[in-house]
Each structure stands twice: as structure tokens, then as C-alpha cells.
Design a protein around this ligand. Sequence first.
Ligand code: AMP
Ligand code: ZN
Length: 487
Amino acid sequence: MEKLYIYNTLTRTKQEFKAINAPFVGLYVCGPTVYSDVHLGNCRTFMSFDMIYRYLTHIGYKVRYVRNVTDAGHLESDADVGEDKISKKAKLSQLEPMEIVQKYTVGFRDVMSLFNALPPSIEPTATGHIIEQQEIAKQIIKNGLAYESNGTVYFDVEKFAKDNNYTVLTNRKLEELLENTRELDGQDDKRGRLDFALWIKAKPEHLMKWPSPWGVGFPGWHIECSAMSTKYLGEQFDIHGGGMDLQATHHTNEIAQNIAYCGKSPANYWMHTNMLTVNGQKMSKSLGNSFLPMELFTGQHPLLEKGYSPMAVRFFMMQTHYRSTLDFSNDALNAAEKAYTRLMESYKTLQNLKPSNTSSENINELEKKCYEAMNDDFNTPVLIAHLFDAIRIVNSTNDKKATLTQTDIDQLKNIYQHFVFDVMGLRKEEETGKANQALAGVMELVIELRNKAKTNKDYVTSDAIRDKLTEVNIQIKDTKEGTNWSI
Ligand code: AMP
Ligand code: ZN
């Protein structure tokens, strides 16, 4: 097995990866909260872990990849106050919370499959593991590290921190955290200002609630991941991942819960992916600078000059290391689109190369470098640089400026198969790419015709166009900025 080095947030160093029970690997990644469409930033995190899952599998590990779906307990504040994100959306849309969950879970899976991400081995939901979450909370109370107060169960952070390193993931000082948290005002149910909820008492109007030893309520956000990772991967497993924004609170609390529950820190390696930014600012729904994958594919967003295909976007993501921020820009996407096309063109050329008796290139060395890049904490940008060397070799051989033996050609085909398709998860998309482009062009024309009809007060035609589009599942929406369409 290859020697793989992984940057571990726990130790803040790159460490050789040693699986607890090789060739098996347990990988847990915090999944989406399914209260709205995932934006491109969310997709970056999940695509990074998809690449990590693919590479671990490629080098021979048998990975159980668990990625949860948060369908309850994630409050608006990302802490213990505010409404449940899913309940709020359900009320606004006058739908059942489970209709919201279903809609956005399906949407999330569709988008990830457009990006060619593999489905995880298990996708457990918070609502499907209420009992398990209660059991953990009960045990933590028994172990003296949580307490019930007025129907809510809190984790006692300061008590835990006496014997344990609560801030192991961030290396922050507890005093500093205390200084930055508001003081309790005497009205609070919690004892310490860093305490967080394991179980929350439900107000009468709260939609998703369950009976518990502490009355009717719902689980806190962090406990679901402790419950589901323990259930499917055991009390100690190999890798836990998520976006960097989860490190300071969600993951810090998850580790504390597990230790308080069973005395063990859950994962040996904690991996955090960096953020997708727009003009240097984290892409986020609440900041209003996010856009949806569909908007990206069709080019229908004020920030976009045109549409980009899913594989051009995936390539764009892979060009940056998962621990670096990636700033969105049309220029970068255009460059990625060109580079992706060159890579795919060279793959076509490779299929028709004529072998020679001698070779002017060292393909063994090239393959070695590709593995070295990936073994150095999944360094896809360096891998891509080596693949550009492969493109150069393929094109020079085609132009008769270099020579390759049949063995070299076969090995190059393997390099493309392994690194481009299996590990980076790219796929050929000429057909869908061309079809998407054609559709975008046709839609531009149709919308123009409809607008002309409307200007001429020919509403029969404009309505007929809209109805026909609806019939073929294309929705159009008139906004101040113009007419948008979506599938
Ligand atoms: P959420 O649905 O908010 O729980 O987020 C799902 C995942 O997306 C988490 O792992 C977040 O860390 C990640 N995430 C959120 N915003 C971004 C962003 N701008 N770039 C990369 N990952 C993000
Ligand atoms: Zn989580």
C-alpha cells in the first residue's frame, strides 16, 4: 500500500496515514442541512471528500463512507437559539418538514451526481437516529458531564475542560473563548456560558419533536454526528471530515461529546476543507453571494458571464488544493474549461497514437510523480501539473516530436484512467456539454421571441410559449433583471 500523508487538524501536521484496521477505512463526513438547495460552496466540500474517498479506494482501501443528512436539530443561529432551519422553511412554504427534507435531499443527490460524485456507503439521517442520540445524552449525564435544566440537556464544557483538552482542534485558549461569549443574564437555563445543548425542549409551535426522558424536544445539532458515526463506524474510526467552518464549534463539540460518552476521541484524523469564496468572502446563503449549481450550468446569474459544464466546474475545483481557499471568478472558470477540454482532447489523441520501438519519455517517472502528489495530502493541483506533462507527451508523440513504445502508451492510458477518471472523478462530457450549450442558445432565442410578443401585446403567443415550456418542464420567471429559466 502507498505511504499516504494526511494533514491532521488534531496535530496541525501532515502525518502518515495508518488505518486502524487496514484495508478497512471508516470515513465520516458532515453532510448538508437539507432546508434549501446546496450552493456551489457546499458542493466544493463534498467534491473534495469525493476525491479523497476515490483515492483511498484506488490505493486499495475498503472504505465505509458515511455522510449524514441533517434533517432536524440545526437551528438558524448554528447554536442553541432560533428556529430549526427545516421547520422554518416548512412553515414558510406551508409544507410538511419531511416534504422539505425530501425535496432538498433529492436535489442534493441529483447535483452531486451531475458532478459525478459517488454516493456514500451510508447516508443516515438525524431523524432516523433519535433514540441513539438520546442514549448518548443519557450516558453523558450519567458520566456527570451534562445536566438537565428545564427540559433541555446541556453539556458542561468547563467541567469537561478540567480533565480534557476541549479546544484540541483549534488550539484556542478556554479563557479566550469565555471572553468572547456573552455573559449569562440569569434568565438562562445553562450553567456555563460555553455549555451547548444535547437535547432541546420544544416550544409548543415547534414542528419536529419527540418524547424523551426530559420531556418533548429535539436533538441538538452536534449530537447527531456523534450518534451516527459511532453507530456505523464504531467508537474510534479513521477519518472525520467537513468544511473548515465546522471546526471551531460543531467538531469541537462532537469530540467533547464522544469523550464524555465513552472516553474515546472519535477519529484519528480530522480533515477540513477550505471555503469557496466570492471576492474573498465565504460563499454563503446568508451573505447573499451564493449561487446554485444549476445557475452555474445555465449561466443565469448576475455574477456569471456564461454557463459552465459540470466537469469544467469539477476541474476548476480540483485545480486548487482542498485546504486552500478557492476564489470564484469567470476568468478562472474559463481557464479551467479550456484546460479540461485540452485534457479530454489529449485522451482522444492517446487512443490513436502509433507505437515506436524506442521511447524518448519516462512514463514510469511520470506515474510515480502522480502518486507522490496524491500521497502528499491529496495534492490535486500538483497532480494536474503532471497530467499536463502527460498532455505534452501525447501531443508531441502525435506530432512525431517524441516517441513512445506500446508499453508506454498502455501505461499512459492507465494514468489517465486512474488519475483523471477514477481519482479526480472527471468524465467525458462532450455530448452533454454541447447539448447544454445548444439549449442555452435556443432558450435565449425563445425568451427573446416571447419578449417581442409581449411588447407587441401579442399575449396569445407569449402565453403559448410559456405553456409549452412548462409542458417540457422548463420554468421561466420574469424578474427586474430580465427573464430567467430553469429545468
Ligand atoms: P451546511 O448545509 O450549512 O451544514 O453545510 C454543508 C457543508 O458545506 C459543510 O461541511 C460546510 O462546511 C460546507 N460549506 C459551507 N459553505 C461553504 C463554502 N463557501 N465553501 C466550502 N464549503 C462550504
Ligand atoms: Zn457533523
